[in-house]
Design a protein around this ligand. Structure first.
Ligand code: 3PG
Length: 401
């Protein structure tokens, strides 16, 4: 169900479930990508003269108000980006929220406080979630679900509320699905997937599902050390998920059997400790313990030869999906691998997609503007689960699956 399917929304109270879960430092938004991504739907509703009630989660508070996770700075940023005043309700479904909504005129916008300040939002108990959704439903006539980053969560505002109010997907969800469909239905070849991030256990589902579908899989980030160990290399004190070694070996074998090229690093950056001031050097991937740091050497980035090889493979691809940094990009000495991969993605003659979360934050932090990529997804876990072929509750409930 699309926005259009809801008919004219002039004068109606429209609850828009966004994913405004932005990173904050000292109360300041450090990456407003998700706020900007919510603008097309909000502007479309404002132009129609809807009374817009924006809701979102922020962080993972414990089902109770916690000032550190208030949406107040986000409402402020939204107001700046929309170029219009935005009212802010200090609670989610209480008196302040009801008043803020009752004061809306056609074309006005209000943001209600963090959904997760209420235990019903994330409850595993169906009745508790439904009860909270019923309270939310009192604030609107229809629901536009546009928080793509949260559609993999069966939560009150994402799932149960859509069962109560007439509902449809917003323009962000439509745009995200359009791109992800291009990755899953007949992607142009060669199709390369670049995976990084710390834990291989977070990526097992997506690797398993993608192996028969891609031409090349490039492995970086903390998870690369479990791949190296599975091949018999010693990895010093680097991140290692020993309980995943057999699964990783099985994937490597499956890849060989099906002609998929798994490209593993041939060199890595090893450090004496975790920190920007750590001593560090480049070493072959099969000699991690042979540096002066011995068995306490800590792999924190892919090495320059690997970065060059990855960049070459990426640039020669027609479709590329990337999720997960190649190293600890937040620390300058270990950012080069992630930067090289990001740069190569901007040079792809075809479709390049950056999966959300850390990879989106990485490209922006490293100074790349969004328009240099085919698409930067707002969903980290959501885009991975989509590519895993999983049913996503927040999409299913809207009839999108
Ligand atoms: C995200 O950051 O991936 C989404 O906002 C979902 O957040 P969650 O993992 O806390 O549910």
């Amino acid at each position: 169900r699309t926005l259009e399917s809801l008919g004219s929304l002039a004068g109606k109270r429209v609850i828009v479930r966004c994913d405004l879960n932005v990173p904050l430092k000292d109360g300041q938004i450090t990456d407003d990508g998700r706020v900007r991504a919510s603008l097309p739907t909000l502007n479309a509703l404002i132009q129609q003269g809807a009374r817009v009630v924006v809701c979102s989660h922020l962080g993972r508070p414990d089902g109770a108000p916690d000032p550190k996770y208030s949406l107040a700075p986000v409402a402020q940023r939204l107001s700046e980006l929309l170029g219009t005043p935005v009212a802010f309700a200090r609670d989610t479904v209480g008196e302040s929220a009801a008043e803020a909504v009752a004061s809306l005129e056609d074309g006005d916008v209000a943001v209600i406080e963090n959904l997760r300040f209420n235990p019903g939002e994330t409850s595993k108990d169906d009745a508790e979630r439904a009860a909270f959704a019923a309270q939310l439903a009192e604030l609107g006539d229809v629901l536009v679900s546009d928080g793509f980053g949260v559609v993999h969560r069966k939560q009150a505002s994402v799932y149960d509320l859509a069962e109560i109010l007439p509902s449809a997907a917003g323009l962000l969800i439509e745009a995200e699905l359009d791109v992800l469909d291009r990755l899953t239905e007949k992607p142009e070849r060669p199709y390369t997937v670049v995976l990084g991030g710390s834990k291989v256990s977070d990526k097992l589902g997506v690797i398993s599902h993608l192996l028969p579908r891609v031409d090349r899989l490039l492995v970086g980030g903390g998870m690369l050390f479990t791949f190296l160990a599975a091949e018999g290399d010693k990895v010093g004190a680097s991140l290692l998920e020993a309980d995943q070694l057999d699964t990783v070996r099985e994937y490597i074998q499956r890849a060989k059997d099906s002609g998929v090229e798994i490209v593993l690093p041939t060199d890595v950056v090893v450090a004496s400790k975790f920190g920007a001031d750590a001593e560090h050097l480049v070493t072959p991937a099969d000699a991690i313990e042979e540096t002066p740091f011995g068995a306490s050497g800590l792999g924190l980035d892919i090495g320059p030869d690997t970065a060059a090889r990855f960049a070459e493979v990426i640039r020669s691809s027609k479709t590329v999906f990337w999720n997960g940094p190649m190293g600890v990009f937040e620390l300058a000495p270990f950012a080069a691998g992630t930067k090289a991969v990001a740069q190569a993605l901007t040079e792809v003659d075809g479709l390049s997609v950056v999966g959300g979360g850390d990879s989106a934050a990485a490209v922006r932090q490293l100074g790349f503007s969004d328009d240099r990529f085919g698409h930067i997804s707002t969903g980290g876990g959501a885009s991975l689960e989509f590519l895993e072929g999983k049913k996503l509750p927040g999409l299913e409930v809207l009839g999108w699956s």
